[in-house]
Design a protein around this ligand. Structure first.
Ligand code: SF4
Ligand code: SF4
Length: 336
C-alpha cells in the first residue's frame, strides 16, 4: 500500500482509503469484517459522517482494540457553533475515541460559507475542539466548484484539507484542487466511482491516481470483497492511450446530468426514493439486469410517476439536477 502525506496535517494516509457511506446499509458484523480487511491491507484512513446514519457507530464498535491503527475523519452538516459542538461530542462518543484526527464541515455550499466562518459559526466550535485536543485537524467538503474556489482562495489559512468530487467524468475541480495542494491543503477525492456510475472500478481508481490532483481517494466499500477488489488495483500503472480513450467514451456517454446517489435531495414529501429510482432505471440498461431492476422498482412503495412536481428535492441537489424531468423519464421506462 502506498502512503502519502495529507497536506499540512502531516498525517500519513494510504492513497487508497475508505469511504463509510455504504456502512449505513450494512450491519455491525459486516462492518467488523470490512475493517478487518482494511487492517489486513494497511488501508489506514477511514472517512465517515454524522449524516451517514449508523456508520459512525458501527465503525466505532469495529475499531475497538485497534483504534491506533487508523486515522479517522468524520464530518457534520452543522453550520452554527452550538450544533457543531454537539455533533463533535456525538462523533467522539460514536467512534469511541478521545480525539478524531480530521473533522470536516460537510457539504458546504457558497451561501453558507459566511455563516460557518462568522461569529457564532460552526468554525468556532471546531477551533475550540482542536485547541482542547478533541479533534486533530479541520477540513471541509464541497460539491460546487464555486464554493470550492472561495474556500481554497480565501479560507485556506483556516482549513487543512478539502474534499471534492473527482473522477473520470467530474474533473471540474482540477485547477482549484491543484491550487489547494500548492497552498499545502490535503486534497481528498470523493465519489471516485461517480456515485456507482462507473463500472470499471480499476480504471476509475487508476485515473485518479494518474491525475495526481488528489492525495487520497475514498471509494465507498460495503463488503470485504469490495475491499479485496479495490486493494488489488495497481495504482502506479499509468493509463494507456486505449484507456484514455475509454475514459473519453465514458464521459461522452454519461455527460454531466447523472445522479451521484448522495441522497441530499431527501426527504421527498411523497416518499419517493429519488436516487433509488434513477439507479433502477440505469440497471435496465445493463446486460442481464433489466428484469431484476423492474422487479426491484415494482417493489418500491412509491414510484417516479407519483412525483407531484413540488420541486423541493431540486433545491437540495448540490448538482442542480433537473430531478423532476429525470423522474418523468424513469416513469416512462417503467410505466409508473
Ligand atoms: S419534486 Fe417530486 S420527487 Fe421532488 S420532492 Fe417533490 S414530489 Fe418528491
Ligand atoms: S438527485 Fe442529486 S441530491 Fe439526489 S441523490 Fe442524486 S445527485 Fe444526490
Amino acid at each position: 500500500m502506498k502512503y502519502v502525506t495529507l497536506g499540512r496535517t502531516g498525517l500519513q494516509v494510504s492513497q487508497l482509503s475508505f469511504g463509510g457511506i455504504p456502512i449505513q446499509r450494512s450491519d455491525a458484523a459486516n462492518t467488523k469484517a470490512v475493517v478487518d480487511k482494511l487492517e489486513e491491507y494497511g488501508i489506514n484512513y477511514i472517512d465517515t459522517a454524522r449524516g451517514y446514519t449508523v456508520s459512525e457507530e458501527y465503525l466505532g464498535a469495529a475499531l475497538e482494540g485497534r483504534r491506533d491503527k487508523f486515522i479517522l475523519a468524520t464530518k457534520s452538516m452543522s453550520r452554527d457553533k452550538e450544533s457543531m459542538a454537539r455533533d463533535i461530542e456525538t462523533s467522539l462518543q460514536n467512534l469511541r475515541t478521545g480525539c478524531i484526527e480530521l473533522y470536516q464541515i460537510h457539504n458546504l455550499p457558497e451561501k453558507d460559507i459566511g455563516k460557518v466562518f462568522g461569529p457564532g459559526g460552526a468554525y468556532e466550535a471546531l477551533s475550540e475542539a482542536k485547541a482542547a485536543g478533541k479533534i486533530g485537524h479541520i477540513g471541509v467538503t464541497a460539491h460546487s466548484a464555486d464554493a470550492l474556489k472561495i474556500l481554497v482562495e480565501q479560507y485556506d489559512h483556516r482549513l487543512e484539507t478539502v474534499m471534492f468530487p473527482y473522477n473520470i467524468v467530474e474533473d471540474q475541480g482540477k485547477e482549484v484542487l491543484t491550487l489547494a495542494r500548492e497552498k499545502g491543503m490535503g486534497t481528498i477525492a470523493m465519489k471516485p466511482l461517480a456515485g456507482g456510475n462507473l463500472d470499471d472500478y480499476a480504471l476509475a481508481l487508476r485515473y485518479i491516481a494518474a491525475a495526481g490532483v488528489c492525495d487520497v481517494m475514498i471509494p465507498g466499500m460495503g463488503s470485504p470483497e469490495e475491499v479485496d477488489r479495490n486493494a488489488a488495483v495497481d495504482l502506479t500503472a499509468p493509463l494507456t492511450q486505449e484507456e484514455l480513450e475509454q475514459c473519453a467514451a465514458v464521459r461522452r456517454e454519461l455527460g454531466t446530468q447523472f445522479c451521484r446517489r448522495c441522497n441530499y435531495c431527501a426527504p421527498c414529501p411523497n416518499g419517493i426514493d429519488i436516487p433509488g429510482c434513477f439507479l433502477m432505471a440505469n440497471y435496465t440498461k445493463k446486460y442481464g439486469l433489466a428484469d431484476w431492476a423492474r422487479a426491484r422498482y415494482d417493489a418500491m412503495p412509491y414510484h417516479a410517476g407519483s412525483c407531484v412536481m413540488c420541486g423541493a428535492c431540486e433545491k437540495r441537489c448540490p448538482y442542480h439536477l433537473p430531478i423532476r424531468d429525470m423522474l418523468m423519464d424513469v416513469a416512462k421506462v417503467f410505466g409508473r
